[in-house]
Design a protein around this ligand. Structure first.
Ligand code: IMP
Length: 203
């Protein structure tokens, strides 16, 4: 199937993610646009699975705009919390919290539990949807440990709490490139990029 335009819609309202998508995907043949140009797109409520959520976001955007669309669903899984918050990471602790408040809530939970293990991993499932065509999903994970308190000012979400395996700085202390090289989103989106580059999807 040939797509008429090489415009690719990045279907996320999270500005932290949007910047990472643009940096990681960087496919010269494509022009990446955000949802700010397509404010009419309406997404259904999210479910409990990364795969289902990522696919629904990308397919919804592709159907409503006619553009090739990419999206992701991601989360932080903490071993001592049995994998929580997982796909519910964005809403953990309740609606309306800032990233900082959400991180503080997570730390207070670990403290209340007296958790010894600080092991955690980030998970990202990225999806690519071709209008009236196939969809692709790819998963990336990044293992690490959680700090006792937030450290660093870059990134978004739980970045200031998370030190990836083999590093001594948190995601929020790494440069954008350093994070994208090893992150769950970097891994998943580079695999999506390979699908995107396939001649058949570009005019
Ligand atoms: P969703 O995929 O929009 O449901 O939201 C994923 C949530 O997981 C984000 O709002 C963050 O709280 C968290 N998250 C996912 N990826 C990252 C990351 O790379 N850094 C920090 N937090 C992340």
């Amino acid at each position: 199937m040939k797509i008429r335009e090489n415009r690719v819609l990045i279907a996320t309202t999270n500005l932290g993610k949007l910047e990472e998508f643009k940096n990681i995907l960087e496919t010269p043949e494509c022009t990446f646009v955000g949802l700010d140009e397509y404010p009419q797109v309406k997404f259904p409520a999210e479910g409990q699975s990364y795969f289902e959520n990522a696919r629904i976001k990308a397919r919804t955007a592709a159907r409503q705009t006619g553009l090739v669309s990419v999206a992701d669903d991601s989360g932080l899984e903490v071993l001592a919390l049995g994998g929580r918050p997982g796909p519910l990471s964005a809403r953990y602790g309740g609606p309306g919290l800032s990233d900082f408040e959400r991180s503080a809530y997570l730390l207070s939970e670990l403290e209340t539990l007296g958790a010894v293990s600080r092991l955690a991993r980030f998970v990202c499932v990225a999806a690519l949807a071709i209008p009236d065509g196939p969809s692709f999903t790819e998963k990336g994970t990044c293992r690490g440990v959680l700090l006792q308190e937030a450290s660093g000012t870059r990134g978004f979400g739980y970045d200031p709490l998370f030190v990836p395996e083999g590093y001594e700085r948190s995601f929020a202390e790494l440069s954008k490139n350093e994070k994208n090289q090893i992150s769950h989103r970097g891994i998943a989106l580079r695999a999506i990029s390979a699908h995107l580059r396939k001649e058949s999807f570009l005019s």
